[in-house]
Design a protein around this ligand. Sequence first.
Ligand code: GDD
Ligand code: MG
Length: 345
Amino acid sequence: MQALILAGGLGSRLRPLTFTTPKPLLPLVNKPLLLYQIELFRKYGAKEIILSISYLREQISDYFGNGKKYGVKITYALEKKRLGTGGGVKNSEKFIKEKTFISNSDIIADVDLEDMLDFHQKHKSDLTMTLFPVADPSAYGLVKTSKDGRILSFLEKPKFSEITTNTINAGFYLFEPELLNFIPNGVEYSLERELFPQLLKKGKRLFGYIHSGYWQDLGTPEKYLDVSSDILNGRLKYPISGRKKGALIAGKGSKISGNLKIKGKLVCGKNVIVEDDVWINGSVVLGDNCQVGKEAKLADCIIFANTRIKEKVEIENAIIGRDCLIGAYNKIGKETVLNDKSLAR
Ligand code: GDD
Ligand code: MG
């Protein structure tokens, strides 16, 4: 089985974090987002994964290398100029030899790829797309199907008045390689706005496979915090590395004060220091080498690696980048996103 992951987007809704780190490398419970996808494909037997990359691409290829460390072979399709989702797929053509799973890189889902493949074959589908029902589909691609699952229409990012169904494109496709002939070479091209409607017009067999497990995209800070919390609370089952002690999981070399008060869950990376009388509320993740000073209060937040939080700081509902220094008594409020290397003295 081959898989292709589209990982070349700008991640603009997660700025400023994505100015320095490409979205696929943002840490989710101390592991890069893209690794969750790679592990999903590996679980279903993918031997080769093609990464379609553009924005900050060297960081991604430096991190994953040839993939050996992650149990797969990784091949890179590089775009000097961003080509969009369809252009990214076309640019990977030389590596695509068979039926291929294609996915967005900012999705966390436990899609049953074996069942999806069965569905695809049973329906003699040219393209099968995973669909997922959401409460508000306006930020997604809306997909209408007939009762037997055949896709009837697409509408990318619909206006409120255009919403007629709540099933959206969940960003996982199973693609017959012949479809690549419908994508023009070397130009910016969109799967969602151009290829899919075009394939429908040509009478290709497009089917929607309804996913009923966990699904979330990490497009915005709010969703990023939600997914992190879902993993900490086991709503999405992923092993978290570290030593478990009640509501705390701490990585190697961490020194956590014995009188920490946790009303929720705390996950610490390696070599984290948490001083006395710290309060944790909700779901909190601290990256490698973070330090938290006395009497700090942390609630529902993600703190990237190497950040120092001094005494009596209060942080709630926020994402703090790498290598930051948050001086004593600072209060960081709801939905704050701080860039790497921020100083709040
Ligand atoms: N290689 C490459 N080149 N990849 C790209 C490019 C590009 O120029 N532009 C975007 N991508 C990648 C992104 O990295 C991401 O993984 C994926 O393509 C989708 O782009 P997003 O920018 O995240 O799109 P979206 O979230 O607005 O919408 C997409 O995902 C929704 C589900 O989360 C669409 O596929 C929607 O239809 C879908 O509902
Ligand atoms: Mg997205």
